[in-house]
Design a protein around this ligand. Sequence first.
Ligand code: UGB
Length: 439
Amino acid sequence: MRLMEDELFPSTPGKFKIERAHTINRQFHRCFASTSTMFLWALFLIALTASYLSFQSFVDTSSRYFNASWGGMHWEKQIRASATPRRPGGVSVLVTGAAGFVGTHVSLALRKRGDGVVGLDNFNSYYDPSLKKARNALLTSHGVFVVEGDINDARLLAKLFDVVPFTHVMHLAAQAGVRYAIENPASYVHSNIAGLVTLLEACKSADPQPAIVWASSSSVYGLNEKAPFSEADRTDRPASLYAATKKAGEGITHTYNHIYGLSITGLRFFTVYGPWGRPDMAYFSFTRNILQGKPITVYSGKNHVDLARDFTYIDDIVKGCVASLDTAHKSTGSGGRKRGPAQYRIFNLGNTSPVTVPALVGILERHLKVKAKRHMVEMPGNGDVPFTHANISSARTELGYNPTTNLEAGLKKFVKWYLSYYGYNPRSGGGATKASKSL
Ligand SMILES: O=C(O)[C@H]1O[C@H](OP(=O)(O)OP(=O)(O)OC[C@H]2O[C@@H](n3ccc(=O)[nH]c3=O)[C@H](O)[C@@H]2O)[C@H](O)[C@@H](O)[C@H]1O
């Protein structure tokens, strides 16, 4: 209090100066002390944040190296080796869904002619993952490395494009199956829409941008009745969520083509079948049930009209896929910027001769030498369409696509593979030994 009075009313100017100088000094010290405290606090906080971030990055890195299935120098070396073409002019392709049915066959075909192939697959359990592992073992034995990962993992995709300048992406990863969409609709949105967008984002940002060939579906024709189905026909009446997500994929890929200059080729596959096929599909599950002496459910359409499909053999589809890669133009953008208009194509890949489901069962019975126990049921309203029939003139002209395997010949090859893969024990009522355990 005294001090304050002295400060306010100094008795002499000198006193004022001295007192004032002391006071300023004290204030300065106080102020300096508080500034340096603040400075120390700030330093402390910065150090704390930095150590938190480096701890996070340590956790992240170690979890990647020790728990997750990708990352590290050895991993990158494997990717580079697998991506390197072994022929002059060979391409370097990232195949998504490589441990899937079509993915395995396309990867093998590319590898066999000397192209570089890196696979990506999440090995999900939509159907028996041991079949996917067996396909993976086949790919590994041919020098194709498959990364275990999801197309929704943007960091993984960025890393892959960082390690390899892929010339092409063969995008076959998807949630397949028409009727399963009733049970698990979210899985279709997750893989066929969100996953597709994540992949396209990675492709658009890559430098160089790859050309993309991807699997659409005959199901986009939905309630279309005009036959055979041409690419120009209506596709705005899907009958299942699966079909709707594939149709959405065609729109989404068009957007990335338009904005970023990505070269896009969409392939509408028509009920693909063959060795190493999908156990959820009719020809496969019918085979298993027939061999095990179990009944099969055969759907029929309205007024007891048989359902029919333009079943297409895997080798023909592979030729269509490879021809699409070979005729794809380069993307025109780079690093997320478009530099000119890019190619956008859609092709039907079918067989052009629909076969009814009862006729399919008849062929299986002949090849298996076992009579099926048919259980005829009216087609439930769960996404099926009465028939599919492809017009393939466009693919013929532009890709040189020419399917040569009819259902009879194709199923013969499938049955041969099935029996060799799962084994067959006629004394146990025709059961496929491995199949009965794992499917
Ligand atoms: O082209 C496509 O875009 C799609 O082809 C395939 O779908 P679909 O043509 O429906 O093949 P699939 O299930 O083998 O049924 C064949 C027939 O058997 C009938 N079917 C089926 C099961 C059954 O228990 N009984 C039966 O009669 C059934 O009603 C149908 O008439 C792919 O699975 C799909 O992922 C997609 O790629």
